[in-house]
Design a protein around this ligand. Structure first.
Ligand code: FES
Length: 176
């Protein structure tokens, strides 16, 4: 995925900074970098679920590390988004158990219903579909992750309901 060069409003609020400091406090004073992954999650959650270069630079400044050390992490892990994404990101597992249980058909069904291709947000910015590797819930295949939660034993009917619930703002994305 390319790194985005799109402007993003950076807003490190007092509560966010307090949470970051709390995370940093879990590690020795000379190992602030150890807090990088959880700090990136917090900062991303507070910034519409993506991390611009400027925001990554800000995280580097807070943790007193080099920007490249942040870029290395953000570009490695798919849970960090380098561009604006759909608010409701349907992350379908595309590994063996889910494939054997029809996930590819469900992804096609979802894309057709939303009028998008994989990796392309809907024009209203509400939805996006992505394929990911095994999410460790193989016994519940076919499944996907939506925010912090798993949606399991998926069917077309379940997907219809999820999309409707998202549109009505009934779906919680974060567990905190
Ligand atoms: S194969 Fe889909 S969760 Fe493991």
């Amino acid at each position: 995925m390319e790194r985005a060069h799109i402007n993003q409003q950076i807003n490190i609020t007092e509560p966010l900074m307090a949470r970051i400091n709390e995370l940093i406090s879990h590690y020795p004073a000379d190992k602030r970098k150890s807090a990088l992954l959880p700090v990136l999650h917090e900062v991303q959650d507070a910034h519409d679920n993506w991390l611009s270069i400027d925001l990554q630079n800000k995280v580097a400044e807070i943790l007193e590390i080099q920007p490249i050390e942040v870029y290395e992490v953000v570009t490695f892990y798919t849970m960090y988004n380098q561009r604006p994404i759909g608010k409701y990101m349907f992350e379908f597992c595309q590994t063996s158990a889910c494939c054997l249980n029809g996930v590819e058909n469900l992804m096609d069904y979802t894309c057709n219903k939303l009028g998008v291709k994989v990796g392309e947000p809907t024009s209203d910015g509400l939805f996006e579909v992505r394929g990911v590797e095994c999410l460790g819930a193989c016994g519940y295949a076919p499944m996907m992750q939506l925010g912090d939660f798993y949606q399991e034993h998926l069917t077309e009917v379940k997907i219809d309901q999820l999309i409707a619930d998202c549109k009505e703002g009934k779906v919680t994305l974060h567990d905190k």
